[in-house]
Design a protein around this ligand. Structure first.
Ligand SMILES: Cc1cc2nc3c(=O)[nH]c(=O)nc-3n(C[C@H](O)[C@H](O)[C@H](O)COP(=O)(O)OP(=O)(O)OC[C@H]3O[C@@H](n4cnc5c(N)ncnc54)[C@H](O)[C@@H]3O)c2cc1C
Length: 247
């Protein structure tokens, strides 16, 4: 048996300035680099006398309200709020954290109430959540959004575009319009006949995150008691890590 589960790859859309200024968040290396970048912005804001530069350094924009964007923003904002206590002249209220999501809710992989609850929790932390909004450009240090707003920001994290790993194309398995493996609700898949392969019915297992009935392959240690894997949010995860002191 061959198990084929190559995951997804990042997709850079044709947004002016994105390829040059967008910061990704998929690997551990990118996470470490982003953490260092945020701390550098605090250093800069604390040391400059230029109010515009200070505002731009303290403005952090995340595009994409999926697991990666929401989790990264929640964790980094938490870290930065803690860190500013060590900077003279910086207060948590000076920071401007923005989550930009094109859809009408964040965390679309989860049940609707999880997205709503997470949005409320983020807004309660003074984080702006802009739904139904797209990034238009990020040029000359200015972020432009589809709601008409424009503001200076030195941090733009891009977690919006993922697509199925292109290697799937070579398998000949039925694909969705976005090149993911197409599967029935029962995780069955009729493979197209290919070279040396009869047109028999084959099994295709979907990711648990996408709603398969298959058992989760990775537990979510961060879930609150009572949370299931599909109903726990990254913000919930952040609270649990803080309360247990796990890093
Ligand atoms: C920052 C971040 C935070 C997230 N947070 C959450 C969360 O809190 N909760 C949640 O449920 N989901 C979360 N997700 C999403 C979750 O990680 C993915 O949905 C899940 O990892 C998908 O699992 P997968 O096995 O399909 O793919 P992956 O985990 O991407 O695994 C695919 C593997 O295949 C390997 N591979 C690729 N091509 C080949 C090849 N040709 N040959 C051999 N190996 C190959 C890759 O190196 C990789 O190791 C998050 C994702 C990110 C990026």
């Amino acid at each position: 048996m061959l198990v084929l589960a190559p995951g997804s790859v990042a997709r850079i859309l044709a947004v002016p300035g994105l390829a040059e200024h967008g910061i990704g968040f998929r690997s551990v290396e990118e996470a470490v680099s982003l953490r260092n970048h945020v701390l550098t912005q605090l250093d800069l804001a604390a040391s400059t006398r230029d109010p515009e530069l200070r505002d731009a350094a303290l403005t952090f924009v995340f595009v994409g309200g999926g697991y990666a964007g929401t989790g990264a923003l929640a964790e980094l904002e938490d870290m930065a709020r803690y860190a500013v206590r060590h900077y003279q002249g910086l207060k948590p209220e000076d920071m401007h954290w923005v989550l930009v999501e094109a859809g009408q809710r964040i965390l679309p992989e989860t049940e609707p109430d999880v997205g709503l609850r997470t949005t409320e929790e983020l807004r309660g932390r003074n984080i702006e959540v802009r739904l139904g909004t797209r990034l238009i450009s990020v040029t000359d240090g200015v972020v432009a959004l589809s709601d008409g707003s424009r503001f200076a920001a030195r941090t733009l994290v891009w977690t919006a575009g993922v697509r199925a790993n292109p290697v799937l194309r070579a398998t000949g398995l039925p694909a969705t319009p976005r090149d993911a493996c197409a599967a029935t609700p029962a995780c069955g898949s009729s493979a197209r006949p290919g070279p040396g392969r009869p047109a028999t019915r084959r099994r295709c297992r979907m990711s648990p995150v996408r709603g398969s009935t298959a058992s989760p392959t990775r537990s979510t240690p961060s879930a609150r008691p009572g949370c299931s894997r599909t109903t726990c949010s990254p913000v919930c995860a952040a609270s649990r890590w803080r309360s247990t002191g796990t890093s």
